[in-house]
Design a binder for this molecule. Structure first.
Ligand SMILES: [Cu+2]
Length: 200
């Protein structure tokens, strides 16, 4: 009887641990203080398509390529994309990853994943497990507006890159997507810095 009770307790706590770890596997963003959540840092990015850039081979770019926010704070990304065409996506980067709530807002509508064939570009940061896919704009709008919230963690420099083959050449990985010219087109850096007032 005593053993049974022990066994039951062990089973129950084992189940609890199992449930807890399952739940934490779905946590997509770090927690920040109420103050940080109340006053997000707004990062506004624009995706210009090739003709707008008057660039060689119609290079598209996401600008600014370098942006920053305080550590342990909330960021609101606001992205306007003028591109109207899809590009082949690598792996499962058609899914939204790492944002607060696990979604992004596309023209105000919540989206957690796109059809694999309906992604124009992505802002992907593998080190942060953050992925913000950008769908093509529709014919009815000058640009599509994508918003996403992200809670930063520790200070550091994190690379972002587009994981949709939007560059030139047969593979789509040339031009804006190739290591040369590199950062400034479809690559860049997100700098997370320490700011004392956000550490409370
Ligand atoms: Cu791209």
């Amino acid at each position: 009887m005593k053993l049974n009770k022990l066994a039951l307790t062990a089973l129950a706590s084992g189940m609890l641990i199992g449930m807890t770890s399952m739940a934490s596997a779905h946590v997509t963003s770090k927690k920040v203080s109420p103050l940080a959540a109340k006053y997000p840092t707004i990062i506004t990015l624009t995706l210009y398509h090739g003709p707008q850039n008057n660039a060689p081979d119609g290079y598209p770019n996401i600008t600014p390529a370098y942006f920053s926010a305080p550590a342990n704070s909330q960021v609101e990304f606001i992205i306007h994309s003028y591109d109207d065409g899809p590009a082949p996506v690598v792996g499962d980067d058609y899914k939204v990853k790492g944002t607060v709530g696990g979604y992004e807002l596309v023209d105000g509508k919540k989206v957690t994943a796109f059809n694999k064939n309906n992604v124009a570009h992505t802002i992907t940061m593998p080190q942060l497990n953050l992925n913000i896919p950008l769908p093509p704009k529709t014919a009815n709008e000058p640009y599509v507006t994508v918003k996403a919230f992200y809670n930063t963690g520790n200070a550091g420099q994190y690379n972002w890159q587009c994981m949709a083959a939007c560059g030139s050449g047969k593979s789509g990985w040339g031009g804006a997507m190739s290591p040369a010219p590199g950062k400034g087109w479809m690559y860049g850096t997100f700098t997370v810095y320490n700011l004392k007032s956000y550490q409370r």
